[in-house]
Design a protein around this ligand. Structure first.
Ligand SMILES: *Cc1c(COP(=O)(O)O)cnc(C)c1O
Length: 438
């Protein structure tokens, strides 16, 4: 036993940092993160909470798993494309592709000739193959960037005709009409909130109009006494039709009959389609521009295009999304409710009793989310638990699980959960239940 006050024996930072225990974390996480953890452990040592000989182990135990703070989370919300959880999760093939691309890569080099190669050529080829109706394809940072580039290139100091019922706020206070105006276009609104006719568009189109914009109301429904004008009719107007389909479906989806697709819009006569890559397409965040070859080429070469350019990680992940195995979003949309119910039964049995009840498999109604297919209900299954478990599960150190609270119960909906995560979910629930109350 030391008679001396341990606080007087607080070791020096450099001595703790030199501890062999911290060598591997210093290499993996960098000195700054390890130093911060050591600093906190030393403070606790000075406060008498940690023995001087325990400072290194205390710092080690407090180290994060990665140098970045974003955590892996299980999406058990029943919302397939969850904006707050990063929208589309990537396929394993896409993750592998972007990991490879993270190093030095031939993104702009033709290895056969040793000369400069066109950036992202294989990704563009994969996109062109996936949308044969598009004469030209280009990719920018997100859906909003795609629309901004088209508007900037075609409609600066000109007018864009848009229906009042399609003046959409996309999220976080950002609004499509303000986006168009921010790159110098003037809006010419036609129709009313609930109704617009072809004649309204015809009356609005004159020499100052650069294009007619059709925006998919992807995050709300207007029902009742309504009418809108389809792309085929708009294509009879003497100006190009640009269609913002939003969710990025390349071809019609049988489960989402009202969700517009790029190929249908192009076949109906759209000059240009814009869309997001990380909604229903299930890829990385990006914006797709699909349409007439000369038009897309002029957008690609526009000076503003450079400011919206995607990085090599996006190009790699998008290509693998298009050419590789079915991405998680598409798998979730195709999931069989009977199979989901069987998984929910097994998971409920694995969890068993919890304070305040027993885990129970229930039928559930899931949603597409993320600004796509509003109002569509996907039949799903969930494990119901006491609502009090919502917070501890979300705060689980090892694997945060985010469910949804419905009618006083926590539902862990399996529609968007990888089956490989079922067992880790059961373990997370058990960890939370084992935790002392408070
Ligand atoms: C989501 C969405 C956008 C914005 O796309 P981001 O990829 O989020 O920039 C634009 N228009 C519509 C119709 C959308 O649904």
């Amino acid at each position: 036993m030391h008679s001396e006050d341990p606080r007087r024996r607080t070791p020096r930072t450099d001595v703790v940092l030199a501890d062999p225990l911290l060598a591997e974390p210093r290499a993996r996480l960098g000195d700054a993160i390890v130093k911060r953890a050591v600093g906190r452990a030393l403070e606790r040592c000075r406060a008498g909470e940690v023995a001087p000989e325990d400072v290194a182990t205390t710092a080690y135990a407090a180290l994060p798993a990665y140098a970045a703070s974003l955590r892996r989370v299980v999406n058990a919300t029943g919302v397939v494309v969850h904006t707050n959880l990063g929208r589309a999760p990537l396929s394993a093939a896409a993750v592998e592709a972007l990991t490879v691309a993270a190093g030095a890569t031939d993104v702009e080099l033709d290895l056969a000739t040793g000369r400069r190669g066109r950036r992202g050529r294989s990704t563009m080829a994969a996109l062109a193959a996936a949308v044969p109706d598009a004469g030209g394809v280009h990719v920018v940072n997100n859906g909003a960037a795609a629309l901004a580039l088209a508007t900037c290139a075609l409609a600066t100091s000109k007018d864009v005709v848009i229906a009042r019922g399609e003046l959409v706020e996309i999220g976080d206070g950002f609004r499509i009409p303000e986006l168009l105006e921010s790159v110098g276009a003037r809006l010419r609104e036609v129709g009313t909130t609930n109704r617009v006719r072809l004649a309204d568009y015809e009356a609005a189109v004159d020499d100052d109009v650069a294009f007619v914009l059709k925006v998919h109301p992807s995050n709300f429904l207007v029902s009742g006494f309504t009418s809108s004008v389809g792309v085929r009719e708009l294509a009879t107007l003497p100006v190009p039709v640009v269609v913002d389909i939003g969710s990025g479906l390349l071809a019609p989806h049988p489960r989402l009959p009202d969700e517009p697709s790029a190929s249908a819009a192009l076949r109906d006569g759209a000059a240009l389609v814009t869309a997001s890559g990380d909604k229903l397409l299930g890829g990385p965040q990006c914006g797709l521009l699909l349409g007439e070859a000369a038009l897309v080429e002029s957008l690609r070469r526009h000076p503003f295009a450079r400011a919206l350019r995607v990085d090599k990680l996006t190009l790699a992940a998008l290509e693998a999304t298009l050419t590789g195995p079915v991405p998680p979003v598409a798998a979730a949309l195709a999931s069989d409710p009977v199979a989901l119910r069987a998984r929910a039964e097994a998971l409920a049995a694995a969890i068993g009793e919890v304070p305040g009840g027993v885990a129970e498999a229930v039928d559930s109604s899931a949603a597409v989310g993320g600004g796509g297919a509003p109002g569509v209900e996907l039949p799903s299954a969930a494990v119901a638990l006491p609502a009090a478990l919502a917070e501890p599960l979300r705060l689980d150190e090892e694997l945060p699980v985010v469910g949804r609270v419905e009618r006083g119960r926590l539902l862990l909906d399996l529609v968007a959960v990888d089956p490989a995560d079922d067992r880790p979910i059961a373990e997370a629930v058990r960890r939370c239940v084992g935790r002392p109350a408070g």
